[in-house]
Design a protein around this ligand. Sequence first.
Ligand code: GNR
Ligand code: NI
Length: 172
Amino acid sequence: MAIRSIITAPDHRLREVSKPVETVDDGTRALMDDMLETMYDAPGIGLAAIQIGEPLQIIVMDLAGKDDEPEPRYFINPVILDVVEETAVYEEGCLSVPEYFEEVERPAKCSVEYLDYDGKKQILEADGLLATCIQHEMDHLEGTLFIDYLSRLKRERILKKLKKEQRLAAAE
Ligand code: GNR
Ligand code: NI
């Protein structure tokens, strides 16, 4: 396992559309292991493969509290089957938009079909933070970031500050 570096906005790779995984094999599992280790190290509660530069439809997640047993989740080729009309608002953050947190409104519940770590088909009914996180991660697979739901002014302001921070970090 290895910790990989996380790509941050406005890097254009985050705008790529990820491709489905054709076969879930040991290579896929090695990538998911790296993703999980990278996510725990960050730390974050979810990570999409594109965030470490792999344009594949793979998501890892763990919503367990820091004093609880780890509960790693793996989603390969996820598809949202259904969402409810009711919405929920969460203050979202993103490892690819570090240090910024903003409220985002999304469907409060969703059902998602995907392949698990072993390549087995699963269906999950999600609500609460899990539903929000699944939708946030699935957005990454389409090249969408949570800042895309903010006003243009807020988004541009965040991107400008991120660019400036990256410029300063590169000059160190
Ligand atoms: O660590 C993360 N926290 C988070 C909080 C609220 C809603 C979504 C998230 S996902 C984020 C990790 C990340 O960037 N995943 O793509
Ligand atoms: Ni994110």
